[in-house]
Design a protein around this ligand. Structure first.
Ligand SMILES: C[S@@+](CC[C@H](N)C(=O)[O-])C[C@H]1O[C@@H](n2cnc3c(N)ncnc32)[C@H](O)[C@@H]1O
Length: 323
């Protein structure tokens, strides 16, 4: 399907959608380094502009609009989170584009903190805004580890379906491919979660491999006090969430390497987010860390892309039956 991607960042979600066979025809972000990274790795169809200054007439028609509207205002990691946070309003730009372009589907993704913000009031408003412009919605909080990412990253993912499209059998959420091996259950067809130790095993120490792109690391001291970014990393489990701090003051949470002897390099953090080794980030080490922390893991994007294809096939089936 042809996809328009808002708030595309470095392109984590978009890479997964492309890997699943979709075509991104237009993308947009205001972060210069992220746009440069996107151009280098995904394509020239990305524009560096503020979405609130782009008229919908400049955006091409498409089958799907995807968007991870900025999550800082929604994050549980943000101590000052409040309903009044101005940054929350950027999702309204997404509503505007969807209203004007009327794609068959949309995907909105965000931090899971969105569901409890304002005791659920914000999510209710978001659902009613999308309903007002003609879309039924359904949402889930997905664990990236269930889709082959070596990280327990929880993401809120909403599927919107245009009202004139027949109600679909439930093909959402995407089928997990992996499972928690410590839990019993009927998981015979699923692979065990990918551990962070295994995912990073092929990457040599930065000092031994200075030519690997983005393989520089923060020398910030290690602490083991249980707080975010200061936890012992169990090499045999998926890593905890890689995250920007949620406000503009703190840095990105750079996890300890699974040997717990230093922090991860940007390359390693990218691997924990399931970016392939040949995906190169533009900008400084700090910028690369930030682009990576902001991203949807491509492997989760891939699962969403496969789910969209199944929905599309289903629609074609319904269309044929209608004829
Ligand atoms: C959570 S990140 C999206 C990450 C992306 N989905 C990915 O998978 O890599 C949100 C993005 O919104 C961008 N952004 C913030 N305000 C914006 C605006 N007014 N117009 C366009 N992009 C904006 C940020 O630069 C950031 O890259």
């Amino acid at each position: 399907m042809k996809i328009v991607s808002l708030f595309s960042g470095a392109g984590g979600l978009d890479l997964g959608l492309v890997q699943a066979g979709h075509e991104i025809i237009w993308a947009n972000d205001i972060y210069a380094d992220a746009v440069a990274t996107y151009r280098k790795n995904i394509g020239n169809h990305v524009y560096m502009r503020d979405i609130s200054e782009i008229p919908s007439s400049e955006i091409p028609s498409c089958d799907v609009v995807v968007g991870g509207f900025p999550c800082q205002g929604f994050s549980v990691a943000n101590w000052g989170r409040t309903i009044k946070d101005e940054r929350n309003k950027l999702y309204k730009e997404m509503v505007r584009v969807i209203d004007d372009k009327k794609p068959r589907f949309f995907i909105a993704e965000n931090v899971k903190g969105l569901i409890s913000l304002g005791k659920g009031e914000i999510l209710k408003r978001i659902i009613s805004d999308f309903s007002r412009v003609g879309y039924k919605t359904t949402w889930h909080v997905l664990n990236s580890a269930d889709y082959g990412v070596p990280q327990k990253r929880m993401r809120f993912v909403m599927l919107g379906v245009r009202n004139d499209i027949a109600t679909l059998p439930s093909i959402f959420p995407p089928e997990p491919t992996h499972h928690d091996p410590t839990k019993k259950g009927n998981c015979a067809k699923l692979k065990p979660w990918l551990s962070v130790g295994r995912a990073l095993a092929h990457i040599p120490e930065p000092e031994l491999a200075p030519d690997i792109p983005n393989h520089q690391y923060s020398k910030y001291k290690l602490r083991f006090n249980g707080h975010m970014g200061h936890r012992y990393i169990d090499p045999d489990k998926p890593a905890p969430t890689v995250t920007g701090r949620g406000d503009e003051k703190g840095g990105v949470v750079v996890l300890h390497h699974p040997k717990n002897h230093r922090r991860m390099s940007a390359r390693e953090l990218a691997t924990v987010q399931s970016f392939p080794d040949n995906f190169v980030f533009e900008g400084t080490k700090t910028s690369a860390y930030r682009q990576i922390a902001n991203a949807v893991p491509p492997a989760l994007g891939y699962a969403i892309g496969v789910m969209l294809s199944k929905n599309a096939n289903q629609i074609l089936h319904f269309d044929r039956e209608a004829i």
